[in-house]
Design a protein around this ligand. Sequence first.
Ligand code: AQP
Length: 332
Amino acid sequence: MERIFSGAQPTGNLHLGNYLGAIRNWVTLQKDFECIFCVVDLHAITVWQNPQELRSNIRELAASMIASGVDPEKHVLFNQSQVSAHAELAWIFNCVARLGWLNRMTQFKEKAGKHRENASLGLYAYPSLMAADILAYKATHVPVGEDQKQHLELTRDIAAKFNNDFEVDFFPQPEPLILGPATRVMSLRDGTKKMSKSDSSDMSRINMTDDADTLAKKIRKAKTDAEPLPSEAAGLEGRPEAKNLITIYAALTDIPVADILAEHGGTQFSGFKQALTDVVVEKLAPITSEMTRLKADNAYIDATLAKGADRADAIAQPILREVKEIVGFLNR
Ligand code: AQP
């Protein structure tokens, strides 16, 4: 059976971009694939995390995945640091990947910014750990938002170089699955920047924990331009904020953009923003309330993650043993 691996970082501020670009698609994929979903805390610490907040964010992310419809009984949901194969395989991949490949990674450049010399070594090696996440399970498909496409290409390069260096046909070439109409949800304050957990302005994103009043305020204040909405999709070109709001509406309602514009084209943004608020509140409120309920039950979340880690370990360990054999290590 084809196997999915995907993960999200427990770095707080889970937002609508994470939901529409990733988690919602995971829920759909559960019907057709064997799925492994991971709270990637090893990735999270590539930038400083307050330990208490990290613990709480790990539980919150697991709760939000379950509240969104991830099924931890039929599929595997676990926390990365509880399965040692990730770190072990990442080290082997650090010795397969080339510096030149990592130097090209745009996410490192964006995140390290001008302070490259002060960035952690882990942030630089992030894509190598991501390759280990995927290949420790020989996953065949990886649903991601567009921002992760480059990292997935690096995973494919690492898999190919490993196979080539050791003259084996061991790792598959995992395929990216970039699904749905909202592969890149943009900031509410700047339609050219992606909606992001680390944006210093909370008004830039729709958090999965926002209540109805906060959602209404954020959407009302979302940046737009002075023109009325266009009547056809072509009219959205060069209008990133308008395009973003329409895309969010389309993704949440499954209504084609053309139909939305046929209804709202020619009107001012205020009416459309009200309609968008109604949709966002209607879709997110049940998830948010279930998330709140689950978040209050640490024992359930911890037990679910521990069970998931056992199941993940059972898949990854035999693969890791084979990798060690191929590399020339002695297995115990
Ligand atoms: N704006 C987005 N639109 C669509 N998909 C998105 N994803 C992230 N932002 C958007 C997808 O969410 C999944 C989980 O990603 P992550 O937990 O690794 O988060 P991230 O990419 O680090 O999220 P941010 O908000 O972009 O964090 P910062 O601000 O730290 O960079 C992934 O599949 C991702 O593609």
